[in-house]
Write a protein that binds this ligand. Structure first.
Ligand SMILES: Nc1ncnc2c1ncn2[C@@H]1O[C@H](COP(=O)(O)OP(=O)(O)OP(=O)(O)O)[C@@H](O)[C@H]1O
Ligand SMILES: [Mg+2]
Length: 282
């Protein structure tokens, strides 16, 4: 997969944002920093501020107080065009991302705006169409695509720009299980190649594979850490209107029933082995 060597750091320093003075704060006093090449999962209930955070990260929205910096560049007064080229966002609603025409024209649009040479545009389109399994749809009009196909096209359009960091805002929500798994594996490959990944998700099952998790609850950051630390903080996910992954709920239920169960098991294989050992001692 073609990548850039430069990775991106993102810093939120006491950031608050509201859409208008009559509104409540969509985000309040948010502080965290993402190191170059990190992979971060952002979770929280509906309206908790995940998409707002995504848009603040690449300068589409500017903080009301505090500041957001991308590679040391302040999004309020820095070169926002440059920042947006470096951080791509796959929007939650693919209709906000696609410009129309055919699939191929849609991907070419952003590249033409950046005056990328024609041969390079063709190479990048071929690469991302194949990666997102859209090659057969290349001449299809965008308005005739299904929701999931549009979502894959939105991802293809962002990848074609070769960003150094990508925010995926609920990008698997409309995909069937096979395409969702494929997109998650693309995210892991991008991360392995040095790209900073922010994955916004509602799906509790994404948590177990996360290296670092940010939990938003009504505009506040209530947790920042890895999955093991989150499993040790009962209530954080529930208070944020999120379920724990099935594996964890299942084990909590076993403990509630009085069994002396190990503190944390994070994979289906580990769980199966422990159940086997447990039952063979009975
Ligand atoms: N364009 C807007 N104008 C006014 N208020 C908005 C706008 N967009 C979002 N909000 C409000 O800001 C808050 C945070 O919204 P946001 O879209 O960031 O939440 P979210 O966590 O992404 O939710 P979801 O999981 O439903 O996508 C909500 O209260 C929402 O109603
Ligand atoms: Mg959202």
């Amino acid at each position: 997969m073609a990548t850039r060597s430069e990775a991106i750091s993102i810093v939120f320093d006491d950031v608050s944002y509201r859409y208008s003075v009559q509104d409540d704060w969509a985000l309040a006093h948010i502080r965290f920093s993402i190191a170059p090449g990190e992979r971060v999962t952002v979770v929280g209930g509906s309206g908790s501020g995940k998409s707002t955070l995504a848009k603040l990260a690449n300068g589409l929205l500017k903080p009301d107080t505090g500041c957001v910096t991308v590679c040391g560049e302040d999004t309020t007064c820095g070169d926002v065009r440059k920042i947006r080229q470096r951080i791509g966002i796959v929007f939650q609603n693919p209709d906000d991302q696609t410009v129309g025409g055919t699939v191929e024209e849609d991907i070419a649009f952003g590249l033409q705006n950046l005056q990328v040479p024609r041969d390079e545009i063709r190479r990048r389109i071929d690469r991302v169409l194949s990666l997102l399994r859209l090659t057969e749809l290349r001449s299809r009009p965008v308005h005739g695509l299904s929701g999931g196909q549009k979502q894959r096209l939105a991802v293809a359009g962002v990848l074609a720009m070769n960003p150094s960091a990508i925010v995926f805002d609920e990008s698997v929500s409309m995909l069937d299980p096979e395409n969702a798994t494929h997109l998650r594996s693309i995210m892991l490959d991008l991360h392995r190649s040095g790209i900073t990944i922010i994955h916004v998700t509602h799906d509790p099952e994404d948590l177990l594979k996360s290296e670092r998790i940010l939990v938003l609850n009504e505009g506040r950051l209530t947790f920042d850490g890895d999955w093991r630390a989150l499993a040790a903080c009962p209530g954080v996910l529930e208070e944020a209107n999120m379920l724990s992954p099935f594996l964890i709920r299942f084990q909590n239920e076993i403990r509630t029933n009085g069994f002396d169960w190990p503190v944390f098991i994070g994979s289906e294989k580990e769980l199966a082995r422990t159940i086997w050992e447990f039952t063979s001692k009975m």
